[in-house]
Write a protein that binds this ligand. Structure first.
Ligand code: ADP
Ligand code: NA
Length: 319
C-alpha cells in the first residue's frame, strides 16, 4: 500500500492535476491512500482561514478528479493520533539525524522566525507513513531523505521496543506532464507561486484560463517547434496541450501555424480538461454537509487503520 500527500499551501493548480492528481485517479491502485497535508502547511507563515479553505478545496479536487473518497483524508482530522505518534517517533529519533535533513537547511536558510515544526516535520511525515502501515511512499528526489528517516525510525522502534511498524521504502511516483510557470518557464508551475498570472488554478473560470494562456511568454519565433531547452515557453504550451489531449508534444507542434493559434488550442484544451473537475469540485464545495461527510468517513477509516499501531507503540515505549 502506498501513501501520498498534497500540501494545501495554496490552491490546486494545473501542474498538480496533470502531473499528479489525474495519474493517481487513473493509474493508482485501489489500495493507495491520499491525504491533504494541512498540518505540514503550518510549518511556515500561514493564514488559518485560508488554509482551511485550501484544504477543503484540495480534498474536493481529489474526489472530483475521480479518486475514491474511501482513499482520501485530511491530515488534521487525525491530529490527535498523528501528534501522539510524532511524539513517540521524536523519542526514537536522535537530534543529530533530524539535523541532517537537507530540506530544513534549504528552507530555513536566511529566514527569520523559523518554526520548530519546520525542523521536526520530517518526523510528522514519518508518522503519516507509519500510522497507516504504508509499505511504499511515492516521492521525488527532494523527499527521499525523509522516507529514509521514516525507515530508520521504523526499524529502530521495532528493534528496540517490539515489532509494530511496517518498514516503508521510497518508490518512483506516477508522474504525468511537468508543467512550467506560464510567465516564467524557468520554474515549475506551483500553487505557492508569488505570481498567480503564471499559474492556472483548477477552479479558474474558462475566461481567466484563456487570458492567462494568451499572456504566456513564448519567444521571438513565430512557428511552434518543440525545443524544451531553446524555447521553453513554447515547449511548455506544447506539453500542456499534449497532456490534455493524450498526445505527444512533438506531434502537436506541427499542427499549429502560429503561436497565436497554438495558444488558442492550448486554452481550449485546458478549459475542456478542467471543466468536469471544476464542475464537480464546485458542486462539492457548495454542499458543505456532503464534504463534511466525506471528511469524517475518510478520517474514521484512516484513524481505524492506525489505531492498533499507535496503541501498541505507546504501550511498548512505556506509556
Ligand atoms: P506545489 O508546488 O503546487 O505546491 P506540491 O509540492 O504540493 O505542488 O506537489 C503535489 C503533487 O503535484 C506532487 O506529486 C508534485 O510532483 C505534483 N506537481 C506539482 N507541481 C507540478 C508541476 N508544475 N508539474 C507537474 N507536477 C507537479
Ligand atoms: Na509546494
Amino acid at each position: 500500500m502506498k501513501v501520498s500527500g498534497i500540501t494545501p499551501s495554496g490552491r490546486p493548480q494545473l501542474g498538480n492535476y496533470l502531473g499528479a492528481i489525474r495519474r493517481w485517479a487513473v493509474d493508482g491502485s485501489e489500495h493507495d491512500l491520499y491525504f491533504i497535508g494541512d498540518l505540514h502547511a503550518m510549518t511556515t507563515t500561514h493564514n488559518p482561514a485560508k488554509l482551511r479553505a485550501q484544504a477543503d478545496e484540495s480534498l474536493a479536487v481529489l474526489v472530483a478528479s475521480g479518486i475514491s473518497p474511501e482513499r482520501v483524508f485530511v491530515q488534521s482530522d487525525l491530529a490527535r493520533e498523528l501528534g501522539a505518534l510524532t511524539w513517540v517517533l521524536e523519542c526514537t529519533c536522535s537530534y543529530g539525524e533530524a539535523a541532517r535533513m537537507i530540506q530544513f537547511k534549504e528552507k530555513a536558510d536566511g529566514q527569520a522566525g523559523v518554526r520548530l515544526s519546520l525542523f521536526t516535520y520530517p518526523v510528522l511525515m514519518a508518522a503519516d507513513i507509519l500510522l497507516q502501515g504504508a509499505s511504499e511512499v511515492p516521492v521525488g528526489e527532494d523527499q527521499s531523505q525523509h522516507v529514509e528517516l521514516a525507515r530508520a525510525l521504523a526499524r529502530r522502534f521495532n528493534a528496540t521496543y517490539g515489532e509494530v511498524f511496517t518498514v516503508p521504502r521510497a518508490v518512483l511516483p506516477l508522474t504525468g506532464a511537468r508543467v512550467r510557470d506560464l510567465t516564467d518557464p524557468s520554474r515549475k508551475m506551483s500553487k505557492s507561486s508569488p505570481d498567480a498570472g503564471g499559474v492556472v488554478f483548477v477552479l479558474d473560470e474558462p475566461d481567466l484560463i484563456r487570458r492567462k494562456i494568451r499572456r504566456a511568454v513564448t519567444d521571438s519565433g513565430s512557428t511552434p517547434v518543440y525545443d524544451p531547452d531553446g524555447r521553453p515557453g513554447v515547449a511548455n504550451l506544447l506539453e500542456i496541450l499534449a497532456a490534455c489531449t493524450d498526445r505527444n508534444p512533438r506531434d502537436v507542434a506541427g499542427e499549429h501555424a502560429t503561436y497565436g493559434a497554438l495558444k488558442e488550442a492550448v486554452a481550449e484544451a485546458v478549459v475542456e480538461a478542467l471543466r468536469p473537475v471544476r464542475e464537480r469540485t464546485t458542486e462539492l464545495l457548495g454542499d458543505p454537509a456532503e464534504l463534511a461527510r466525506i471528511r469524517k468517513a475518510g478520517a474514521a477509516r484512516a484513524a481505524e487503520r492506525g489505531e492498533h499501531r499507535l496503541n501498541s507503540a505507546l504501550r511498548l515505549i512505556g506509556a
